[in-house]
Design a protein around this ligand. Structure first.
Ligand SMILES: Cc1ncc(COP(=O)(O)O)c(C=O)c1O
Length: 390
């Protein structure tokens, strides 16, 4: 019988490259001792409880008759997001012109380049600038959109802070979009307003969009609250926010974008095509979450205690961390510089962490610890670490 010939696949799906967590999972299956429950510092998926009032709101909002939700988000949700922006950053956004709902930040990250990148014209804008190491979806979104990523490695010498002067003018003049995370994943570095202003000035001069990924802006310590790019104005900026980390709601899939009304207007034409409209009962829970500022404070307290315990232990081993100013990540320097080998040694004692090199150039020699396990599991991990040589 004739063998069925398969249809074509996108070349990005048939190549060698894997999402970093797929690679990490393969290492885990190879190295984790049989019967050992792994303590997972690898993925930034909080093991904190979603506050009961948020879960209750969701349960109460499931309707008898279901309808398609609005692709832009309910007016009430956008208003709640705008009120939070004002309370948190002193920024005034108009819910109609400046705010759009998203199913968590990830789908917005992935699809943004698709809406912006122009490859066809005589003066193409087909570059997406990504400071690395970085959240991997910046790159995959760029590549699936047919854009060319330009990687600008961050470094210890620069305090892991992006400096737009490190990118050549001829790259900026072809750039559609820059990804800027503050607090940054994986380093936890925070950009202060003068550094954000330098980036924005470059964006306005060359004419590109700055996607300010502020997913971790609510996870900070000792009252050092990270700023938003929106504090410098809305022009050329789109900021991304999510309830995933702020409210331990990764499974709800809810976030929003806020920024330049010219871009929001274009996204209102683009996004109804995606099928990513947030379900109305999730939006109801999201309104409750954005309206409350008490629970993120309690989460911060828990992260601060775990962070103090891990840092204290690292210090006894002589393991130093860099950046790590905010977010729930610790960016640890590996004593002998081989991050993948260090993570393999962790796996052998039942601990998962992420090699910095898995997140792009510049990450070599560092390991990212996501402080998401419970305090009890952090204590257990510290006991297991005693057996790790370094
Ligand atoms: C930097 C950064 N941006 C965006 C996201 C996406 O978050 P979510 O889709 O859960 O809102 C993540 C998730 O880990 C992240 O680390």
């Amino acid at each position: 019988m004739m063998r069925a010939r398969p249809g074509p696949l996108h070349p990005l799906l048939t190549g060698e490259r894997e999402y970093p967590f797929v690679t990490l999972d393969q290492r885990r299956r190879a190295l984790l001792p049989r019967g050992t429950r792994a303590i997972n510092f690898g993925m930034g998926d909080p093991r904190e409880r979603t506050p009961e009032f948020i879960r209750e709101t969701l349960r109460g909002a499931v309707p008898e008759t279901s309808s398609y939700p609005s692709a832009f988000g309910q007016g009430e949700l956008r208003a709640a997001c705008a009120r939070w922006l004002e309370r948190r950053f002193g920024v005034r956004a108009d819910p109609e012109r400046h705010v759009l709902s998203a199913n968590g930040a990830k789908e917005a990250v992935f699809s943004l380049a698709l809406a912006l990148v122009d490859r066809g014209s005589r003066d193409p804008r087909d570059r997406v600038v990504i400071p690395t190491p970085a959240y991997p979806v910046y790159e995959s979104g760029a590549r699936f959109a047919g854009a060319q990523p330009y990687f600008s490695p961050l470094s210890s010498e620069d305090g892991w802070r992006f400096d737009p002067r490190r990118v050549p003018d001829d790259v900026w003049s072809r750039t559609a979009l820059l990804w800027l995370g503050s607090p940054h994943n994986p380093t936890g570095a925070v950009l202060e307003l003068p550094a954000l202003a330098r980036v924005l000035e470059t964006a306005k001069r060359f004419g590109f969009w700055v996607a300010a990924d502020e997913a971790y802006c609510e996870v900070y310590f000792e009252n050092r609250r990270p700023h938003s790019m929106l504090e410098l104005g809305f022009e050329n900026v789109i900021a991304l926010h999510t309830l995933s980390k702020r409210s331990a709601m990764t499974g709800f899939r809810s976030g929003f974008m806020a920024g330049d009304e010219r871009l929001i207007a274009a996204l209102k034409r683009f996004r109804p095509n995606l099928g990513t409209a947030t379900p109305d009962f999730v939006q109801a829970a999201a309104i409750a979450a954005w309206n409350d500022d008490a629970h993120p404070g309690e989460q911060r307290g828990r992260y601060a205690r775990k962070r103090a315990a891990m840092l204290e232990y690292f210090a006894t081993r002589g393991w130093s961390v860099e950046a790590s100013e905010a977010s729930f990540y610790l960016w640890m320097k590996v004593p002998d510089g081989d991050d993948a080998a260090f993570v393999d040694r962790l796996l052998r004692v039942g601990i998962i962490a992420l090699p910095g090199s898995f997140l792009g150039k510049g990450g070599e020699g560092f390991v990212r610890w996501a402080l998401v396990p419970t305090p009890e599991d952090c204590a257990l991990a510290i006991a297991r670490l005693e057996a790790v040589t370094a």
